[in-house]
Design a protein around this ligand. Structure first.
Ligand SMILES: [Fe+2]
Length: 384
């Protein structure tokens, strides 16, 4: 348990149905005359950008588009987008999409005022100068990248994912409009929603948790239990989309402070090496890692079970705690989560070496029960 707690979200949060219509006013508030809009091809082809380009045009703000961000964005992609930013003399960034374009946009904002390549700033507190104004607009509900001070980039030459963590990485504004998530297809809705669930659970059981983050995380878990199924199976339901976007935000506010633990430590290399979608790998590993961590957080597991609607009356505390794992598995099944990592190309023979390196990740000791390499190997095998 830390000696003291702090709570600080430096990103201004603007939330509301049709909030995107205010983008001109918000970007204009920074005196921006030309912005670079960073996104991916999926968002660019979905028609979503019109919700933002129209109010920008009305406010007299020019926009150039960089829509070449891939899933698990690379250092090279960020460097390329930053070059366009400089060539076009842009003044600010609006990043639109899931965690990938949002993280890429946050890094471009940094490179606009810090010379060199994104690779120079990977690690903790390596960024010297404040970024240009970055406004993040999520079109998925899960990563909460719009409010965190970290961006994760892939370096294919080193076959690893690394975070750029600094107060200067945090966006100036997070603009959350549930209407923009209505067209997200079922699979990414499921994957991002289960990522948010993983965030909320990991932050709730983290050794860094305290009552403020607990409150945020339990509300997030409750909303995900109530709305994820509907958001996946009936994507046009604005109530469900709104609930999921709020849940993602709340969990983000929680884990921004507590950090995450065993699940995210385990799945980090699966993204870097095999390109497994982040939410999928987390959700597949989650119940297996939860079973391992249960003895370290029994009463908190009971809270999770009850928050997910399980009836635990008359049960022993231990039996009630196990209901949390069952509830998570049930929710994952209900939204058609694949059951194993092997179909995504994860190779069993790689696991012993991977488990050794995962055991050294800083997130492992933040778990309520600390896993050794051999424990991690067992969890990974169970998740295959
Ligand atoms: Fe995550």
């Amino acid at each position: 348990m830390p000696a003291r707690y702090e709570f600080n979200i430096s990103t201004r949060i603007v939330y509301g149905r049709n909030a995107a219509a205010q983008m001109g006013e918000i970007a204009g508030g920074f005196n921006l005359k030309k912005i670079q809009l960073i996104t991916d091809k999926g968002v660019a082809n979905s028609g979503t950008l019109e919700f933002l380009l129209r109010p920008l045009k009305d406010a007299g703000i020019a926009a150039i588009i960089y829509d070449d961000v891939e899933y698990n964005p690379t250092v090279q992609t960020v460097d390329k987008a930053a070059q366009q930013f400089r060539d076009e003399a842009c003044e600010g960034v609006i990043s639109v999409g899931g965690g990938s374009p949002i993280d890429a946009g946050k890094c471009v904002g940094v490179l606009a005022t810090n010379a060199g390549s994104a690779s120079d700033y990977l690690g903790i507190d390596k960024v010297k100068n404040p970024a240009v104004p970055v406004i993040c607009v999520p079109t998925t509900a899960g990563t909460a990248a719009e409010i965190t001070d970290v961006a994760v980039l892939n370096d294919p030459t080193k076959k690893q994912k690394m975070g750029m963590r600094s107060p200067h990485v945090a966006a100036a504004v997070a603009m959350l409009d549930p209407v923009l998530t209505l067209t997200l297809p079922p699979e990414p809705t499921r994957d991002s929603g289960l990522d948010a669930l993983t965030h909320a659970i990991e932050s709730y059981i983290s050794v860094n948790a305290w009552r403020v983050t607990d409150t945020l995380n339990l509300k997030a878990i409750e909303l995900i239990g109530r709305y994820l199924r509907t958001a996946v199976h009936n994507g046009n339901d604005i109530e469900a989309r709104d609930g999921m976007l709020t849940a993602s935000l709340l969990a983000g506010m929680g884990f921004h402070h507590t950090k995450l633990c065993l699940v995210h430590a385990i799945t980090l290399p699966f993204g870097g090496i095999y390109n497994v979608p982040h939410g999928v790998s987390n959700a597949i590993v989650l119940p297996h890692a939860m079973k391992f961590m249960l003895p370290g957080a029994v009463s908190k597991y009971v809270d999770i079970a009850m928050t997910l609607g399980e009836d635990v009356s008359g049960m022993s505390e231990r039996a009630a705690a196990e209901k949390a794992v069952e509830a998570v598995e049930q929710l994952s099944n209900d939204v058609n989560l694949p059951t194993g990592l092997a179909p995504y190309g994860v190779k069993e023979e790689d696991l012993p070496k991977l488990s050794e390196s995962i055991a050294d990740n800083f997130m492992v000791p933040l778990s309520p029960r600390i896993a050794k390499a051999e424990d991690i190997l067992e969890i990974c095998k169970a998740a295959m």
